[in-house]
Design a protein around this ligand. Sequence first.
Ligand code: FE2
Length: 193
Amino acid sequence: MEISAITFPHKTSVVSRKQFDDHVTLYDGYVSMTNLTDKTLATDPQYKTASTAGGHYRGWKKTETYSINGVILHEMYFQNLGDQATSPGPRMTSIINKYYGGFDKWKEDFIACAMSARGWCILAYEQRTATCRNILLDLHDEGHISMAYPIIVLDMYEHAYFLDYGTDKASYINRFIDNIPWGIIEKRVGVIS
Ligand SMILES: [Fe+2]
């Protein structure tokens, strides 16, 4: 089944329209690549020669998870890219207090995680031990916890901020945090609590 790209208008104060629209174009590419990958794998007779050493089938299977994670993470990122300061809701406040001992401690750890990330910084709910963790991904498909649900998603690839912030990624991270749309985050938390 083909997937369709979601339309994301520029509604954020974190990045400029040019920065945002260029980023959405990259996202559209992941949607197209996901559809091409699914079509190729469904019709590929080379699965009979699949090998860990490499080859056609292995290449497309690696592309499959890379592309669909590229779609999912960008959609969650665009959706939690806010335009004004709000306050965390009761579910999120409870989680932050329980696992980090307060908003400032969570924020400090999230910033350190984002500064370290080459791809993504994510506050994730890890279901195995029922714990929240700030995790970093260097690629869309490298660094995930298998049983984890993304709650807050920040794109730390340079393509996400470099037009507006250059090398000052700390300002990008702080501006993102200051404008998190906590209403959307509260709905995400409702899925896992
Ligand atoms: Fe991105």
